[in-house]
Design a protein around this ligand. Structure first.
Ligand code: BES
Ligand code: MN
Ligand code: MN
Length: 455
């Protein structure tokens, strides 16, 4: 549509400037030090929603960080799209590995470098600008509701209640999210599923104080040694997870589904080169695309204890800790899997140390249909702006609230993501290509148009 193209062309520098403004706000949800910045970011998002043409926008307080909600209702008889995104970001650590400040965005080689550039400020902001384009050119084809939360990166603990308390307000026909990746600009794709997640924390306690490893070593269990041994036993030599019952509820893909999944372009050499690894690793019998898309995993996210300062210290530490998350696939339930983990870990823990396993947050896996009117509208939108049909893929990451959209609001989700796997989300030097940012803004209005036309 020419009016959309023209509006974007005339305003593209301002769009970018506005995004850079949001990226300068360190809205790190995990760290209470940034609480005021998170709140400031919520206010900024609200102002952007109003400026984009929303009739109303508000910052809604929760027991945690606020949720920003805005809407533009043009006709109750028309379909409604509920856009979801998050304005909170992951911590920037380790900051010394960034080549520019994480909250001091710079443009280099056509890419925006900043924490949140891709996940999810850059992608969420595309929707606000797409809405502005449609509103200001009087071409909005349907009603739009926008909900941008501030706790996605810490598990969306308060969003479930917000959905329950606001089922009427959030009534819609579909949820639209840009918070995932596509294969590349040459191979546009749409994720048709997300893995679930369950987190556990482990503490292993030995003697009542740190000990001299010469005086006591060899005679008293070292909690760090014990923890490492236990953690190492969680995978067998084929990369399978050893927790009994872990795979029982996994729905295996049909041969046909596996074949389709593996049709997606994947270059192993490129993959290794990009990551600087000599070889890949994973569960025997599965391809890399299957390992990240449709198989469950178990990973240490942190393990600590003992002396970590300069030089060596001959100590037998009294305590060791670890944080683990497991990625889940249909039909694994987070609470069931963490219960299996707790049971197993306690059963293999030796009596010479005290082991405590505490289950943490989680989220259900989801599969989104690839034959629904909403998916087809998204595919047509991609085809319109990329000139190619999108490849359906399965995403390895998690967005815990997606399962609740279905459970609480009865809504299916379309994952119209424009990130790339190597955008360094959650890592130092997170980036988002300007080309992807602008292409996203160009594509989103077509989704609105085609989705509305499908009614
Ligand atoms: N946007 C990501 C999820 C994602 C990334 C999905 C790439 C697909 C492809 C999201 O912000 C995220 O990081 N989620 C967390 C959830 C957790 C904190 C509960 C994740 O996946 O680790
Ligand atoms: Mn995200
Ligand atoms: Mn994230």
């Amino acid at each position: 549509m020419q009016a959309w193209k023209d509006y974007q062309a005339e305003n593209k520098d301002r769009f970018l400037d506005e995004l850079l403004g949001l990226l300068r706000i360190p809205s790190v949800s995990a760290d209470s030090k940034y609480k005021a910045d998170v709140a400031r970011c919520a206010d900024a998002v609200k102002e952007h929603l109003l400026k984009a043409g929303c009739d109303t926008a508000e910052v809604c307080a929760t027991a945690g960080h606020p949720i920003v909600y805005g809407e533009k209702i043009i006709d109750a008889k028309l379909p409604t799209i509920l856009v979801y995104g998050h304005y909170d970001v992951q911590p920037a650590d380790p900051v010394n590995l960034w080549t520019s400040g994480p909250f001091d965005p710079v443009i280099k080689d056509g890419k925006i470098y900043a924490r949140g550039a891709c996940d999810d400020k850059g992608q969420m902001f595309m929707h606000i600008k797409a809405l502005e384009i449609m509103a200001k050119t009087n071409t909005l084809p349907c009603n739009v509701k926008v909900m941008i939360e501030g706790e996605e990166e810490v598990g969306s603990g308060n969003l479930g209640k917000f959905l329950e308390d606001n089922t009427e307000k959030l009534k819609a026909n579909v949820v639209l999210i840009s918070d995932t990746s596509m294969i590349s600009m040459e191979h546009p794709s749409i994720e048709s599923g997300l893995r679930g997640l369950t987190a556990v924390e482990i503490e292993v306690v030995g003697p009542n104080r740190d000990l001299h490893s010469g005086v006591y070593g060899g005679a008293v269990a070292n909690p760090l040694n014990m923890l490492c041994k236990l953690v190492a036993s969680l995978h067998d030599e084929n990369g399978h997870i050893t927790v009994p019952g872990f795979y029982d509820s996994v729905i295996d893909l049909t041969d046909e589904e596996r074949k389709t999944l593996n049709l997606a372009p994947f270059d192993l050499d490129e993959y290794k080169k990009d990551l600087g690894i000599n070889d890949i690793w994973g569960e025997k019998g599965y391809t890399t695309l299957e390992r990240t898309g449709v198989r469950p995993t178990l990973d240490l996210n942190g393990i600590w204890g003992g002396y970590q300062g300069e030089g060596s210290k001959t100590v037998l530490p009294s305590k060791a800790n670890a944080k683990i998350t497991m990625r889940l696939v249909p039909n694994q339930k987070p609470s069931e899997i963490s219960a299996l983990f707790v049971k197993h870990f306690n059963s293999v823990a030796p009596g010479c140390v005290k082991v405590t396993v505490t289950p943490g947050h989680g989220g259900d896996p989801v599969v989104t249909p690839t034959n629904s009117p909403a998916y087809l509208a998204a595919a047509k939108a991609i085809k319109t702006t990329f000139g190619k049909d999108p490849i359906p893929t399965r995403g390895g990451g998690s967005i815990p609230i997606v399962a609740l959209f279905e459970k609480t609001l009865g809504l299916k989700t379309v994952l119209l993501g424009f990130g790339l796997d190597n955008d360094n989300i959650h890592s130092p030097n997170e980036k988002y290509d300007l080309a992807n940012f602008y292409k996203g803004i160009e594509t989103i209005p077509y989704f609105h148009k085609y989705f509305t036309e499908s009614f």
